[in-house]
Design a protein around this ligand. Sequence first.
Ligand code: SF4
Length: 235
Amino acid sequence: MANKFSCTECNFLNCHSRGKEFPRKCLTTAEGNEELLQESLSSFSDDPQVNQIMQASAQVEGQYYGQLTRVEEIVVFAKKIGARKIGIASCFGVIQENRIFADILRANGFETFGVLCKVGATDKCSVGIADQDKIKPGGYEAMCNPIMQAELCNQEKTDLNVISGLCVGHDSLFIKYSAAPVTYLIVKDRVLAHNPIGALNTSHSYYKRLLSGVALNESDRALGNAAERKINRNR
Ligand code: SF4
């Protein structure tokens, strides 16, 4: 499939320092993008919440660059945006760590509200997930319910929600349904101790295989083909 030139293919990175040239198909200088740029800049000044988040994140970066852990950055960021109550969307697998995180937030004056991914205690089959797609087919296996996690945080009127260990895709749904702004603490990677960049850092050696395509099982290949056919039909 032909891939449109974008920033991941750019070796100039001139938007960062403006010391060289912009590439021919640069996303900064491309026709029509000037308008998008101006619209985005207007949002930063016109929307008070966007402005506050932008200022706070820039201050966290600029004032504490390389000095704070992510945990500390979240504390400082939350203070800067005036958050009082923080939702923690927790994965079952890292609940111990999230208990500590909640302690840290409380020690810094925040109210916390944690919701586990398994809230609702519902079997996966209830939402049409096939029994054979369970980790251990044949018995009750609790589904993750990121929508309920988000709605419970919304009910509690949390000012900021922190995703901590949610599965890929469940995090997408949590973000979609969360009323409050969302940031991440733990990005789940069951293989790499929640350090997904490890696969990229070792893609020249141990994880070389990733560059020749991720190995999919038969059913996933069939799903992928069907999705691709649908995309092509809609083009
Ligand atoms: S915006 Fe332009 S210069 Fe910056 S990374 Fe993208 S293509 Fe390269």
